[in-house]
Ligand binder design. Sequence first.
Ligand code: NAG
Ligand code: NAG
Ligand code: NAG
Ligand code: NAG
Ligand code: NAG
Ligand code: NAG
Ligand code: NAG
Ligand code: NAG
Ligand code: NAG
Ligand code: NAG
Length: 476
Amino acid sequence: MRTGCSLLVAVLAVLLGSSTAYFKPDLQSAYNFTVLKTYNKSTLYRIEANSSYDNAPLLVDLHGSRYEMGYAYGAMMADEVMFVYNAFLDSLLSSFINSTMGLDVAKDIIGAICDWQAKRDLFTELPAVYQQELAGITAAGNDHGQPDLGKAIERVLVLANMPGDIPDFIYVLIREYFGDAVADAIGKPVPSHVAFRGRNLDWTKDSGMNRYKLVTVFHPEDGFAHATVGFAPMWGAITGMSSQGITVHEANLEENRITFDGFPWALRLRYIMENARNLTEAKALWEATNNTVGFNHMVGSASDSLIQGRPAALVMETMHNYTAFFHDNDPREINATIDIKNKTYVIGEAIPDAVWRTNHGYDPEIREHFEWSMSPSSSTVFRYFIIHDALKQYEAEGQEISLAQMVNITAVVGNKGDTRDEFYTCADTTAGSNVVSVAFAPNSLTMAAAWERSTGDNWRPASCSTYIELNMNIWF
Ligand SMILES: *[C@@H]1O[C@H](CO)[C@@H](O)[C@H](O)[C@H]1NC(C)=O
Ligand SMILES: *[C@@H]1O[C@H](CO)[C@@H](O)[C@H](O)[C@H]1NC(C)=O
Ligand SMILES: *[C@@H]1O[C@H](CO)[C@@H](O)[C@H](O)[C@H]1NC(C)=O
Ligand SMILES: *[C@@H]1O[C@H](CO)[C@@H](O)[C@H](O)[C@H]1NC(C)=O
Ligand SMILES: *[C@@H]1O[C@H](CO)[C@@H](O)[C@H](O)[C@H]1NC(C)=O
Ligand SMILES: *[C@@H]1O[C@H](CO)[C@@H](O)[C@H](O)[C@H]1NC(C)=O
Ligand SMILES: *[C@@H]1O[C@H](CO)[C@@H](O)[C@H](O)[C@H]1NC(C)=O
Ligand SMILES: *[C@@H]1O[C@H](CO)[C@@H](O)[C@H](O)[C@H]1NC(C)=O
Ligand SMILES: *[C@@H]1O[C@H](CO)[C@@H](O)[C@H](O)[C@H]1NC(C)=O
Ligand SMILES: *[C@@H]1O[C@H](CO)[C@@H](O)[C@H](O)[C@H]1NC(C)=O
C-alpha cells in the first residue's frame, strides 16, 4: 500500500527538449465522462479515454455537507468498496497464509487491530469534519446492504498508516502497548533492504485494488475543492490537487521513530489541500498537526510559483515528532555523502529551482533514524539520480517542462522490474511494483493519472499503462 507513491517532483524551470526518447509514456486525454450513478447532487462517472485499461477509471464528484458527501459516496460505491477491500486483504494476507479458514481468521484479526488502533490513537486527532464524512459513509453502508462499509473505509486508512515492513509494524505495537522506554530498549529493528523489497512487491501490486480505479473530487462547503487519485476504498489522498493549485505527495521513508498517535496521513494530505492557499499556509497547518510513521511528503503550490516566477514546492521529511522542511537547493542535500568502508560516496545533488525525493532523506536527524541500509547503488539513490539527470537534460535542451515532460520523468522512475535498465523500458512482463503514477501541472490545474493495469499474467505497472490527462478546471 505504501509504495503506491506518486513521484515527488516539483519542477520548476524551463527546460525540455527534442525527444529521442526510447521510453515514451502513453498519454491520452479524457474525452468524455459517462454518468453511471447519481445520488442527490453527487455523480459517479466512467472516464472515457483511448486507454489500455480493461476497466476504465472512474471519477466521483461529491457535493453537499461533509455527511452528505460521505453518504453519497457510500450510496453509489458501497459494493465496489467492499469488493476491493476484500480482494485487497485476501491478496495481502495470502502471501503468508494459505488456507481459506486461516485467511478469514486473519482478516478478522487485522480488522480488530485496525478498529482498535483507529479508536485508541489514529483517529483521536482527526478533525470533526472527517468524522462526519465517515459517519455519512457508515450510514450509507447500513442503508445499502453493506453494514461493514464504514469500518472497511476506516481500516484502509489505518492500513495505509502501517509501516511498510512487518518488523517496523511490530515495533510500533511495542511502543504503543508498552511505551517508549521498552521500545527504545529493544532498539531499532534490523534493517533488511532485501526483505523489504520482496515484501514490498507482494504488498502492493495486483492486489485487486485496480478493479475500481478512482479520482474523487470533494467540494466541501467549508474548504477548497480538491481531488485525490487512487482506488475505491481509499478515502484519503495518496496524491492529489486542489482548486488553489496545491498538490500533495507521499513516498515511503522507513524511519525507526514512529507512532500511531497522530493525524492519519492520507486525511492530513486532504486537510492541507482543502485549507491551504500557498506553501506558508501549508507549512503552518503541517506544524499544527502531528506526524505518525516516516514519510517523504511534498506540497507543491501554483500561487507561490507565480509570485516567485518559478515553480515552488516544499518537501517534508518526517518521522514521529519531527519534520525537516526543504526547499530547492538545500545545503543538506547539496553534495550529501555516505561513507562505506572508508570510502565516501555522493548521494545528493540538489538543483536550483527543483525539489524531488525518492525513498530516503537528507536531513541529518532523519538520516540518523533511517531504517534501510543505503549504498550508491540502492534503488532509492539510483532513482534520485535518474530524476536529477532528466532535469539536467531538459535544462540543457532549453525546453520548458510541461505536463508531458512531467509525465515522462514520473514514468521513468516508476518501478518496472528489478534491474536498472528496466526503468527505461516497459517489458511485456509482470515485473515491477508501481501501482499509481500521477503527474501534475498545477498552474493550469491539469494532471495525468495512470494506474496499474489488469491482473495475473496480464498485470502491468502504472507507468507502463495509459496516463489519462484530466483538466480539473472542469471539476473544481
Ligand atoms: C523521457 O525520458 C527519457 C529518460 O530520461 C529521456 O531519454 C527522453 O529524452 C525523455 N523524452 C521526452 C520526450 O522528454
Ligand atoms: C459522451 O458520452 C455521451 C453519453 O454516453 C454520449 O452520448 C456521447 O456521444 C459521448 N461523446 C463522445 C465524444 O464520445
Ligand atoms: C488509441 O491509442 C492507440 C495506441 O496508443 C493508437 O494507435 C490509436 O491511434 C489511438 N486512437 C485514437 C482515436 O486516438
Ligand atoms: C438528499 O437530498 C435531500 C433533498 O435535498 C435531502 O433532504 C437529504 O438530506 C439529502 N440526503 C443526503 C444523505 O445527502
Ligand atoms: C501452506 O503453506 C505451508 C507452509 O508454507 C506448506 O507447507 C503447505 O504445503 C501449504 N499448503 C497449500 C495448500 O498450499
Ligand atoms: C499565503 O496566503 C495568505 C492568505 O491569503 C496570505 O496572507 C499570504 O501573504 C500568502 N503568503 C505567500 C507567501 O504567498
Ligand atoms: C500533537 O501531539 C502533542 C503531543 O502529544 C499534543 O499535545 C497535541 O495536542 C497534538 N496535536 C493535535 C492537533 O492533536
Ligand atoms: C518531541 O520532541 C521535542 C524535542 O524536539 C521534545 O522536547 C518532546 O518531548 C518530544 N515530544 C514527544 C511527545 O515525544
Ligand atoms: C559539490 O561538488 C561539486 C563537485 O565536486 C563541486 O564542484 C561543488 O563546489 C560542490 N558544492 C558544494 C556546495 O559543496
Ligand atoms: C578504514 O580506515 C581505518 C583507519 O584509517 C583502517 O584501520 C581500516 O583498516 C580501514 N578499513 C577498510 C575496510 O579499509
